[in-house]
Design a protein around this ligand. Structure first.
Ligand SMILES: [Zn+2]
Length: 288
């Protein structure tokens, strides 16, 4: 039988406690997080330190409770304990090679900082990365899996590395169509992906606000797009598609480290997490 997991290096955690605070993108409220070192095999776990019960929420596909413009995880038995907009932080942890961490959150959402993964990533590197004794398990995707919703789709197929090929296609004069690829073996996450910010359309703001979304959105934490162009300057000419790859990485990190080639067309958090769930189901099935 083919190996399901390969042992690749050792597990890692953060060297010391990291604190970050700022505005939350959707609630618009002040939020703070503390990232703490955690033992081998813990994975990435979150909890709400504003609630009496400090129920741990594992950052896994089965913990996802909401996918409206972000990825929200929650606790099975405590429906008050949910944490939104974890995807950019998850991507930063993945990029820094962190397998184990405990993250205390001051409320229902992570601070968005500048709308990219870079500030979290930088803080993690500043604190330092600690190698642990246990070997790291990397799951090898065994067969092609895909999910689709009308013209949007995402597929993962066996590949001895981790690669994302993303096609963005918006019926919008400023965004339009673009393609970008990130191959973890060759490309530098910090330089190519981590700094790409989330983006929003001026024409959608009112509707989002009515839904209680993007209340904290500003030119400090998102690229704002109108019919003529972007209101604030871009960091990369193709920042949008790079950010979509960042989102895919953050959502795929719900399964820890995996090997496979992902091909995504116009996909968002909903499809990403559907695929992450499929990967997880296969992983469990194949193990037994
Ligand atoms: Zn995003």
């Amino acid at each position: 039988m083919k190996e399901l997991f390969i042992k690749k290096g050792r597990q890692q955690t953060v060297n010391k406690e990291i604190k970050l605070k700022g505005i939350a993108l959707h609630t618009g409220k002040e939020a703070a997080i503390t990232i703490r070192p955690a033992a081998s095999q813990t994975g990435i776990v979150f909890y709400r330190n504003d609630l009496e019960s400090k129920d741990l929420i594992e950052a896994r596909p089965e913990s996802v409770v909401n996918l409206e413009r972000n990825t929200t995880i929650g606790h099975k038995e405590n429906d008050k304990a949910s944490i939104s907009t974890i995807e950019h932080l998850m991507a930063a942890l993945w990029g820094a090679g962190i397998d184990n961490a405990e993250i205390a959150v001051s409320g229902p959402e992570i601070p968005v900082i500048d709308g990219s993964a870079y500030p979290y990533y930088q803080k993690i590197l500043e604190a330092g990365i600690k190698e642990q004794t246990e070997k790291r398990n990397v799951y090898l995707v065994q067969k092609a899996l895909s999910v689709r919703d009308n013209s949007a789709s995402i597929t993962i197929s066996p590949y001895t590395g981790f690669k994302i090929s993303y096609t963005l296609d918006y019926d919008h004069p400023v965004v339009g169509k673009s393609f970008f690829e990130f191959d973890a073996l060759k490309d530098d996450f910090a330089a190519k992906i981590a700094q790409a910010r989330t983006f929003g359309f001026a024409e959608e703001i009112e509707k989002l606000h009515e839904q209680g979304l993007a209340l904290g959105g500003s030119l400090d934490n998102a690229v704002l797009i109108n019919r003529e162009g972007t209101v604030n300057p871009l960091r990369f000419e193709n920042e949008f598609v790079r950010h979509k790859i960042l989102d895919v990485i953050g959502d795929m990190a719900l399964n820890g480290r995996i090997m496979g080639h992902i091909k995504a067309f116009k996909s968002g958090h909903r499809l990403h997490v559907e695929l992450a769930k499929k990967i997880r189901e296969n992983m469990i099935e194949e193990e037994n």
